[in-house]
Design a protein around this ligand. Structure first.
Ligand code: ATP
Length: 263
Protein backbone atom coordinates (compact mmCIF):
# COMPACT_ATOMS: atom_id res chain seq x y z
CA UNK A 1 0.00 0.00 0.00
CA UNK A 2 1.41 3.38 -1.04
CA UNK A 3 1.46 6.15 1.42
CA UNK A 4 1.64 9.75 0.17
CA UNK A 5 3.52 12.42 1.99
CA UNK A 6 0.96 15.18 2.35
CA UNK A 7 2.89 17.17 4.92
CA UNK A 8 3.30 20.01 2.39
CA UNK A 9 -0.46 20.55 2.54
CA UNK A 10 -0.32 21.53 6.19
CA UNK A 11 -0.45 25.22 6.69
CA UNK A 12 -1.11 27.50 9.60
CA UNK A 13 -2.45 30.95 10.23
CA UNK A 14 0.89 32.55 9.38
CA UNK A 15 1.01 30.83 6.00
CA UNK A 16 -2.41 32.26 5.16
CA UNK A 17 -1.27 35.66 6.40
CA UNK A 18 1.89 35.31 4.31
CA UNK A 19 -0.10 34.63 1.13
CA UNK A 20 -2.56 37.45 1.87
CA UNK A 21 0.22 39.99 2.45
CA UNK A 22 2.03 38.98 -0.75
CA UNK A 23 -1.27 39.18 -2.69
CA UNK A 24 -1.90 42.63 -1.20
CA UNK A 25 1.60 43.84 -2.13
CA UNK A 26 1.26 42.52 -5.69
CA UNK A 27 -2.15 44.20 -5.99
CA UNK A 28 -0.74 47.54 -4.76
CA UNK A 29 2.21 47.26 -7.16
CA UNK A 30 -0.20 46.50 -10.00
CA UNK A 31 -2.24 49.57 -9.04
CA UNK A 32 0.88 51.72 -9.03
CA UNK A 33 2.06 50.76 -12.48
CA UNK A 34 -1.30 50.19 -14.20
CA UNK A 35 -1.65 52.35 -17.29
CA UNK A 36 1.89 53.74 -17.02
CA UNK A 37 4.96 53.14 -19.12
CA UNK A 38 6.38 51.21 -16.14
CA UNK A 39 3.92 48.39 -16.91
CA UNK A 40 5.60 47.87 -20.31
CA UNK A 41 9.07 47.98 -18.77
CA UNK A 42 7.95 45.41 -16.19
CA UNK A 43 6.70 43.08 -18.93
CA UNK A 44 10.06 43.59 -20.71
CA UNK A 45 12.00 42.59 -17.59
CA UNK A 46 9.83 39.49 -17.01
CA UNK A 47 10.33 38.48 -20.67
CA UNK A 48 14.12 38.79 -20.36
CA UNK A 49 14.06 36.73 -17.16
CA UNK A 50 11.92 33.96 -18.71
CA UNK A 51 14.11 33.94 -21.81
CA UNK A 52 17.15 33.57 -19.55
CA UNK A 53 15.57 30.53 -17.83
CA UNK A 54 14.81 28.94 -21.21
CA UNK A 55 18.25 29.46 -22.77
CA UNK A 56 19.84 28.32 -19.53
CA UNK A 57 17.81 25.10 -19.59
CA UNK A 58 18.79 24.60 -23.25
CA UNK A 59 22.43 25.19 -22.28
CA UNK A 60 22.91 27.96 -24.84
CA UNK A 61 25.87 29.27 -22.90
CA UNK A 62 26.70 32.50 -24.71
CA UNK A 63 23.16 33.88 -24.66
CA UNK A 64 22.58 32.57 -21.14
CA UNK A 65 25.75 34.37 -20.04
CA UNK A 66 24.58 37.70 -21.49
CA UNK A 67 21.03 37.43 -20.12
CA UNK A 68 22.44 36.14 -16.83
CA UNK A 69 24.26 39.47 -16.37
CA UNK A 70 20.87 41.21 -16.55
CA UNK A 71 19.37 38.79 -14.05
CA UNK A 72 22.32 39.27 -11.64
CA UNK A 73 21.72 42.98 -11.27
CA UNK A 74 17.97 42.35 -11.30
CA UNK A 75 16.88 43.93 -8.02
CA UNK A 76 19.17 46.96 -8.42
CA UNK A 77 17.96 47.46 -12.00
CA UNK A 78 14.35 47.22 -10.81
CA UNK A 79 14.94 49.87 -8.12
CA UNK A 80 16.62 52.22 -10.61
CA UNK A 81 14.06 51.73 -13.38
CA UNK A 82 11.08 51.89 -11.01
CA UNK A 83 12.45 54.67 -8.83
CA UNK A 84 9.21 56.69 -9.01
CA UNK A 85 7.01 53.64 -8.36
CA UNK A 86 9.16 52.49 -5.42
CA UNK A 87 8.92 56.01 -3.99
CA UNK A 88 5.14 56.00 -4.38
CA UNK A 89 4.87 52.56 -2.85
CA UNK A 90 6.89 53.60 0.21
CA UNK A 91 4.82 56.76 0.51
CA UNK A 92 1.67 54.65 0.47
CA UNK A 93 3.01 52.37 3.20
CA UNK A 94 4.19 55.32 5.32
CA UNK A 95 0.95 57.20 4.85
CA UNK A 96 -1.24 54.31 5.94
CA UNK A 97 0.94 53.76 9.00
CA UNK A 98 0.74 57.40 10.05
CA UNK A 99 -1.29 57.81 13.22
CA UNK A 100 -2.35 61.37 12.53
CA UNK A 101 -3.84 60.41 9.18
CA UNK A 102 -5.92 57.71 10.73
CA UNK A 103 -9.18 59.58 11.22
CA UNK A 104 -10.54 57.06 13.74
CA UNK A 105 -7.70 57.83 16.19
CA UNK A 106 -7.89 61.51 15.42
CA UNK A 107 -11.61 61.67 16.17
CA UNK A 108 -11.19 59.56 19.29
CA UNK A 109 -8.64 61.90 20.80
CA UNK A 110 -9.67 65.28 19.45
CA UNK A 111 -13.39 64.99 18.78
CA UNK A 112 -15.12 64.75 15.42
CA UNK A 113 -17.21 67.90 15.39
CA UNK A 114 -14.41 70.28 16.20
CA UNK A 115 -12.11 68.85 13.55
CA UNK A 116 -14.81 69.05 10.87
CA UNK A 117 -15.92 72.55 11.81
CA UNK A 118 -12.34 73.86 11.62
CA UNK A 119 -11.85 72.06 8.39
CA UNK A 120 -14.85 73.71 6.76
CA UNK A 121 -13.45 77.15 7.60
CA UNK A 122 -10.16 76.14 5.96
CA UNK A 123 -11.80 74.69 2.88
CA UNK A 124 -14.35 77.42 2.20
CA UNK A 125 -12.03 80.04 0.61
CA UNK A 126 -10.62 77.38 -1.71
CA UNK A 127 -14.05 76.18 -2.82
CA UNK A 128 -15.27 79.74 -3.27
CA UNK A 129 -12.21 80.56 -5.40
CA UNK A 130 -12.86 77.45 -7.53
CA UNK A 131 -16.49 78.53 -8.04
CA UNK A 132 -15.39 81.94 -9.36
CA UNK A 133 -12.63 80.45 -11.52
CA UNK A 134 -15.04 77.88 -12.96
CA UNK A 135 -17.44 80.69 -13.91
CA UNK A 136 -14.77 82.89 -15.44
CA UNK A 137 -13.02 79.91 -17.12
CA UNK A 138 -9.76 80.61 -15.36
CA UNK A 139 -7.38 77.67 -15.48
CA UNK A 140 -5.96 76.64 -12.10
CA UNK A 141 -3.93 73.91 -10.49
CA UNK A 142 -3.92 73.74 -6.68
CA UNK A 143 -1.83 71.10 -4.92
CA UNK A 144 -2.35 70.04 -1.30
CA UNK A 145 0.36 68.31 0.61
CA UNK A 146 0.69 67.44 4.29
CA UNK A 147 4.48 67.46 4.23
CA UNK A 148 6.01 70.28 2.24
CA UNK A 149 9.04 68.79 0.55
CA UNK A 150 11.19 71.91 0.06
CA UNK A 151 13.60 70.21 -2.28
CA UNK A 152 10.79 69.01 -4.51
CA UNK A 153 8.79 72.23 -4.75
CA UNK A 154 11.13 75.10 -4.05
CA UNK A 155 13.41 74.66 -7.07
CA UNK A 156 10.74 75.55 -9.58
CA UNK A 157 8.39 77.70 -7.47
CA UNK A 158 7.91 81.26 -6.35
CA UNK A 159 7.89 81.12 -2.54
CA UNK A 160 4.89 82.90 -0.99
CA UNK A 161 4.06 81.60 2.49
CA UNK A 162 0.74 83.47 2.37
CA UNK A 163 -2.57 83.09 4.19
CA UNK A 164 -5.15 81.13 2.20
CA UNK A 165 -7.89 83.40 0.89
CA UNK A 166 -10.34 83.37 -1.98
CA UNK A 167 -9.03 86.61 -3.46
CA UNK A 168 -5.41 85.55 -3.11
CA UNK A 169 -6.06 82.35 -5.11
CA UNK A 170 -8.08 84.24 -7.72
CA UNK A 171 -5.36 86.87 -8.15
CA UNK A 172 -2.64 84.27 -8.56
CA UNK A 173 -4.49 82.42 -11.34
CA UNK A 174 -5.76 85.55 -13.08
CA UNK A 175 -4.45 85.48 -16.62
CA UNK A 176 -2.47 88.73 -16.30
CA UNK A 177 -0.78 87.72 -13.07
CA UNK A 178 2.95 86.96 -13.39
CA UNK A 179 2.35 83.92 -11.16
CA UNK A 180 -0.59 82.39 -13.04
CA UNK A 181 1.49 79.85 -14.98
CA UNK A 182 2.02 76.62 -13.06
CA UNK A 183 0.65 75.34 -9.77
CA UNK A 184 -0.06 76.70 -6.32
CA UNK A 185 1.07 74.48 -3.44
CA UNK A 186 -0.88 74.56 -0.19
CA UNK A 187 0.61 73.00 2.91
CA UNK A 188 0.49 73.55 6.67
CA UNK A 189 -2.53 75.82 6.17
CA UNK A 190 -0.59 78.28 4.00
CA UNK A 191 -0.15 79.00 0.32
CA UNK A 192 3.48 77.95 0.34
CA UNK A 193 4.32 78.67 -3.27
CA UNK A 194 2.98 79.51 -6.70
CA UNK A 195 4.02 79.15 -10.31
CA UNK A 196 5.39 75.66 -9.64
CA UNK A 197 6.43 73.41 -12.47
CA UNK A 198 5.42 69.88 -11.58
CA UNK A 199 6.32 66.50 -13.04
CA UNK A 200 3.78 65.39 -15.65
CA UNK A 201 2.32 61.90 -15.60
CA UNK A 202 3.41 59.37 -18.20
CA UNK A 203 0.00 57.70 -18.23
CA UNK A 204 -1.08 56.78 -21.72
CA UNK A 205 -4.77 56.07 -21.00
CA UNK A 206 -5.95 59.62 -20.30
CA UNK A 207 -8.66 61.40 -22.30
CA UNK A 208 -7.28 63.22 -25.34
CA UNK A 209 -8.46 66.62 -24.14
CA UNK A 210 -6.18 66.40 -21.09
CA UNK A 211 -3.24 68.69 -21.62
CA UNK A 212 -0.31 69.62 -19.45
CA UNK A 213 -2.28 71.13 -16.58
CA UNK A 214 -4.18 67.89 -15.96
CA UNK A 215 -1.07 65.78 -16.56
CA UNK A 216 0.91 67.85 -14.04
CA UNK A 217 -1.98 67.57 -11.54
CA UNK A 218 -1.90 63.78 -11.81
CA UNK A 219 1.91 63.65 -11.97
CA UNK A 220 2.42 65.43 -8.65
CA UNK A 221 0.13 62.97 -6.86
CA UNK A 222 2.13 60.06 -8.30
CA UNK A 223 5.47 61.40 -7.12
CA UNK A 224 4.29 62.79 -3.76
CA UNK A 225 1.83 62.35 -0.96
CA UNK A 226 -0.30 65.09 -2.47
CA UNK A 227 -3.72 65.73 -3.93
CA UNK A 228 -4.63 68.33 -6.56
CA UNK A 229 -7.59 70.35 -7.81
CA UNK A 230 -7.56 71.18 -11.49
CA UNK A 231 -9.85 73.85 -12.95
CA UNK A 232 -9.97 73.58 -16.70
CA UNK A 233 -9.53 76.81 -18.63
CA UNK A 234 -11.27 75.29 -21.64
CA UNK A 235 -14.39 73.85 -20.01
CA UNK A 236 -14.42 75.17 -16.44
CA UNK A 237 -14.64 71.54 -15.32
CA UNK A 238 -13.29 70.75 -11.85
CA UNK A 239 -11.17 67.60 -11.44
CA UNK A 240 -9.46 66.10 -8.43
CA UNK A 241 -6.31 63.99 -8.54
CA UNK A 242 -5.12 61.62 -5.86
CA UNK A 243 -2.56 58.81 -5.93
CA UNK A 244 -2.22 59.09 -9.68
CA UNK A 245 -5.97 58.82 -10.35
CA UNK A 246 -8.30 61.58 -11.45
CA UNK A 247 -11.98 62.22 -10.74
CA UNK A 248 -13.53 64.36 -13.43
CA UNK A 249 -16.31 66.92 -13.58
CA UNK A 250 -16.94 67.18 -9.85
CA UNK A 251 -19.75 69.11 -8.23
CA UNK A 252 -18.81 71.49 -5.44
CA UNK A 253 -20.47 69.20 -2.88
CA UNK A 254 -18.22 66.35 -4.05
CA UNK A 255 -15.18 68.61 -3.98
CA UNK A 256 -16.00 69.69 -0.44
CA UNK A 257 -16.29 66.07 0.67
CA UNK A 258 -12.94 65.16 -0.89
CA UNK A 259 -11.15 68.17 0.56
CA UNK A 260 -12.68 67.51 3.96
CA UNK A 261 -11.21 64.04 3.85
CA UNK A 262 -7.78 64.84 2.47
CA UNK A 263 -6.89 68.40 3.41
N1 ATP B 1 4.58 70.89 -15.64
C1 ATP B 1 3.63 71.77 -15.28
N2 ATP B 1 3.45 72.05 -13.97
C2 ATP B 1 2.51 72.93 -13.59
N3 ATP B 1 1.69 73.57 -14.44
C3 ATP B 1 1.81 73.32 -15.73
C4 ATP B 1 2.78 72.41 -16.22
N4 ATP B 1 2.69 72.36 -17.56
C5 ATP B 1 1.69 73.19 -17.89
N5 ATP B 1 1.16 73.78 -16.81
C6 ATP B 1 0.06 74.76 -16.76
O1 ATP B 1 -0.93 74.34 -17.67
C7 ATP B 1 -1.17 75.35 -18.64
C8 ATP B 1 -1.39 74.72 -19.98
O2 ATP B 1 -2.49 73.96 -19.89
P1 ATP B 1 -3.00 73.01 -21.07
O3 ATP B 1 -3.96 73.78 -21.91
O4 ATP B 1 -1.86 72.31 -21.72
O5 ATP B 1 -3.69 71.98 -20.09
P2 ATP B 1 -5.10 71.26 -20.08
O6 ATP B 1 -4.86 70.06 -19.22
O7 ATP B 1 -5.62 71.07 -21.47
O8 ATP B 1 -6.00 72.25 -19.25
P3 ATP B 1 -7.14 73.28 -19.75
O9 ATP B 1 -8.39 72.46 -19.82
O10 ATP B 1 -7.12 74.27 -18.66
O11 ATP B 1 -6.69 73.82 -21.09
C9 ATP B 1 0.06 76.22 -18.62
O12 ATP B 1 -0.27 77.55 -18.97
C10 ATP B 1 0.55 76.11 -17.21
O13 ATP B 1 -0.07 77.10 -16.39
Amino acid sequence: MHSFDLSFLKFGVFDILDVLIVAFIIYQLYNLIRGTIAANIFIGLITIYLLYRVVNALEMRLLAGILGKFAEVGIIAVIIVFQQEVRRFLLLVGKNASLQRNKAWWKYFFGKDDAEKNNYARIKPIIDACKTMKQSRTGALIVFTKYYDEQFYQNSCEVLDAKISKRMLESIFQKNSPLHDGAVVISENKIKSASCILPVTEKSDLPAQYGLRHRAGIGVTEANDATAIIVSEETGEISYAKQGRIKMDLSFAELEKLLNKDF
